[in-house]
Design a protein around this ligand. Structure first.
Ligand code: BTN
Length: 265
């Protein structure tokens, strides 16, 4: 792994100061930015430390999928977030919302969609995904910490997306037909994450009311027929304050979906 001293045309130290983060590492290639951030969290890196890599050789997605991370096409970024036990369940939704809002800010999108729990969609295509992983044995202050891994497809790779994701994936620049700055995008994501965390969003028993409303406004499953891996088919009736997706089964009963995949039927 080669550490970079410049990222997006400016010294790494300039980005570190601009964002006000304790550590920012930029790399040429890593297996996974989440793994590197866990490593430095174990060495005492503080909240909001950031690792970015131009490419990842073993990028991970949720549910043990691979996350394609070619050089020059995306923002592959991990951020160390403070967390409390109850928030670990809903924190991934907060990170998805922060990413959606950041995309809206820098790419002038009116409203990005969120596909539960935290995929960010524009025009029905997935442009970003989030993988949150709890860290054991960190010395970053008191309490628990979570590594939030965020992958944004900024531009479509030459030759298109890999076959397994080609029908579902999209990129910001292709969807919006405008160049997107990775520096501005990462700064906006960090700003959103700091804002919601400082407002206590990662230390509550449930999602704050305004965050929940913002999520439900963007929920692409809302009142749609879906098939869930955990509970089978039904109508999606919104996101609950615990972070679960409310499913109305065909017999009218309602249940919270907390894990597994959900797809439109
Ligand atoms: C998903 O949608 O399945 C989640 C994708 C998360 C990808 C990001 S890229 C940066 C970080 N490092 C990883 O290995 N994964 C996350």
């Amino acid at each position: 792994m080669a550490r970079l001293s410049y990222w997006e045309g400016e010294p790494v130290s300039v980005w570190t100061d601009r964002w006000g983060v304790p550590v920012f590492e930029a790399h040429d290639e890593l297996a996974s930015t989440n793994d590197r951030l866990k490593e430095i969290a174990g060495q005492g890196a503080g909240h909001f430390s950031v690792v970015i890599s131009e490419s990842q050789s073993a990028g991970r997605g949720r549910r043990s999928t691979a996350w394609h991370s070619p050089a020059g096409s995306g923002l592959w970024m991990s951020v160390l977030l403070p967390a409390s036990s109850p928030s670990v369940g809903y924190l991934p939704l907060i990170v998805g919302l922060a990413t959606a809002r950041a995309v809206e800010q820098v790419a002038s999108v009116i409203e990005a969609g969120i596909e539960w729990p935290n995929d960010v969609l524009i025009g029905g295509k997935k442009v970003a995904g989030v993988l949150c992983e709890a860290v054991r044995g960190s010395s970053a202050g008191s309490g628990e910490v979570v590594v939030a891994g965020i992958g944004v497809n900024v531009r479509t790779p030459p030759g298109g997306f890999a076959q397994d994701i080609a029908t579902r994936a999209g990129s910001l620049e292709e969807s919006l037909e405008t160049p997107v700055s990775r520096g501005a995008l990462s700064g906006a994501i960090l700003g959103e994450l700091m804002r919601v965390t400082e407002a206590g969003g990662s230390h509550r028993l449930a999602l704050p009311e305004q965050v929940l409303a913002a999520l439900n406004r963007r929920d692409v499953f809302s009142n749609q027929r879906v098939r869930t891996e955990q509970e089978g088919p039904g109508i999606a009736r919104g996101i609950l304050e615990t972070g679960a997706l409310l499913l109305e089964r065909d017999d009218g009963s309602r249940v919270g979906v907390v894990a597994g995949s959900v797809r439109l039927e």
